[in-house]
Ligand binder design. Structure first.
Ligand SMILES: Cc1cc2nc3c(=O)[nH]c(=O)nc-3n(C[C@H](O)[C@H](O)[C@H](O)COP(=O)(O)OP(=O)(O)OC[C@H]3O[C@@H](n4cnc5c(N)ncnc54)[C@H](O)[C@@H]3O)c2cc1C
Length: 401
């Protein structure tokens, strides 16, 4: 899809491209456009160099308000930025701090908390994780049981969080905790608390996902002492902040620009894959499947632009972000499925389990990581609010059913 850009936007696009050519050189882009299944030392240092350049340019958190170190870019400029960085395969700073916690902090937190945490998030010097889900509270988040009891100038926190992404690498966790077990509605007794992961009583245990990946954990909290100043906003108002955060999380999860890049990779793969003596692009039924997902992605892009236009007029992303999350994740799963289908048996072995360093890889470079990316992608229709829950929201809040 071509967005009509005015002269100012085209100049901005040139500025972004010039910056990326310097900060994220073309020779390292190709490997980043392929999925990665495990840590890679080169990547970690290249990513840091890129983040440093972003921070220096004051472009590390473009969505934040200017007063907290963000930008005053227009909605179109932010759209250009997302598109250009996705097509260049740029690394993205962890969403937990930048996209989820930060809007809660600059909207509702005390000046002291903003001052303490926003600069560290902006400069990627402190990593955050999200402590919402519990063994008995996922979609029905308001039934969460982790308790925080006020004791002088501290809360004493007891409970367990689960599916906590990146807890094993995080310095801090933002948690939903129950501060009023007797509230009339479960939503009314919840507070939003920031907990230092080094506090005594915090324990992290790995959970291994399909494909043997360790990205999520369970976190147990036993008599954890949390200073009362780590409470965000007012006690028992955490549900309001949590809902605000989820709206931001869902808009981010749509990943339209990233899916556009993956679709382009799929089309290239279709042309280069040999099948029955010809190329896979001669296989009409396969190409039709790719075209169908392309059409869905175009429709999603237009929906995203409509949401952005609402934001440009001063509105906030509302329940429409559920549509973006719902369709965006389904589309990216379909693209991943088709990539695996195109690769056929090249995609089959798990690199960690079946390949030693000395064995020669066969097939396209990203063949082995494609299956792991596809397996991990199954989770995208679960986290950030499962697809069925998004459908309930759309039915009620968007369609008025
Ligand atoms: C890889 C991964 C990473 C995650 N990272 C985090 C994280 O960092 N922090 C965090 O807090 N959480 C995280 N989560 C948890 C995630 O948010 C929950 O898994 C999700 O909210 C679903 O909750 P649940 O697993 O308890 O499933 P359940 O809520 O038990 O749902 C089970 C099934 O029932 C369906 N269902 C439930 N209620 C309804 C309903 N009312 N109507 C129709 N269908 C319904 C669901 O859609 C789902 O298909 C992560 C999950 C995964 C898989």
């Amino acid at each position: 899809m071509n967005l009509e850009l005015n002269g100012e936007d085209l100049a901005f696009q040139e500025e972004v491209r010039g910056f990326l050519d310097e900060a994220w050189p073309r020779q390292i882009r190709t490997s980043y456009l392929a999925p990665l299944s495990g840590p890679d030392k080169n990547r970690i240092s290249e990513t840091q160099v890129y983040f440093d350049a972003l921070i220096k340019k004051q472009w590390s958190v473009p969505d934040w308000p200017l007063e907290y170190g963000g930008t005053d870019w227009t909605v179109t400029q932010k759209y250009i930025w997302d598109r250009e960085t996705a097509s260049a395969g740029c690394p993205v700073m962890s969403a937990f701090g930048v996209r989820m916690l930060a809007p809660v902090l600059y909207t509702w937190a005390s000046e002291a908390l903003k001052k303490r945490h926003l600069p560290a998030i902006r400069e990627a010097s402190v990593q955050w994780c999200q402590g919402y889900s519990e063994p008995g509270a996922g979609s029905d988040l308001a039934s969460l049981q982790t308790k925080a009891v006020l004791d002088g100038d501290h809360y004493i926190v007891n409970g367990a969080k689960t599916w906590t992404s990146s807890a094993h690498n995080a310095d801090w966790i933002f948690c939903l905790v129950r501060t009023d077990p007797d509230a009339k509605r479960p939503q009314q007794g919840i507070s939003f608390l920031l907990i230092d992961m080094r506090s005594p009583g915090v324990e992290v245990h790995p959970i291994y996902l399909l494909g043997n990946q360790h990205t999520v954990n369970s976190v147990s909290l036993t008599d954890v002492k949390v200073p009362v100043e780590n409470l965000v906003g007012e006690e028992n108002k955490g549900w309001t902040y949590a809902k605000g955060l989820l709206t931001h999380e869902r808009t981010g999860i749509a990943g339209v620009a990233r899916s556009r890049v993956l679709l382009q990779q799929l089309r290239t793969l279709t042309q280069t894959t040999i099948q029955d003596g010809g190329s896979l692009s001669d296989n009409r039924s396969f190409v039709e499947k790719v075209d169908a997902v392309d059409i869905e992605l175009m429709a999603l892009e237009i929906t995203e632009l409509r949401t952005l236009a609402t934001v440009a007029k001063g509105g906030a992303p509302g329940p429409e972000s559920s549509i973006l999350k719902l369709k965006g994740t389904e589309i990216s799963q379909r693209i991943s499925d088709l990539k695996v289908e195109a690769l056929g048996y090249y995609a089959l072995p798990y690199p960690d389990q079946l390949l030693s360093d000395n064995e020669q890889k066969i097939g396209p470079d990203d063949a082995l990581t494609t299956l792991q990316a596809m397996l991990f992608g199954r989770a995208s229709t679960i986290f950030g609010g499962a697809t069925e829950i998004q459908k309930n929201i759309v039915a009620k809040a968007v369609l008025g059913l």
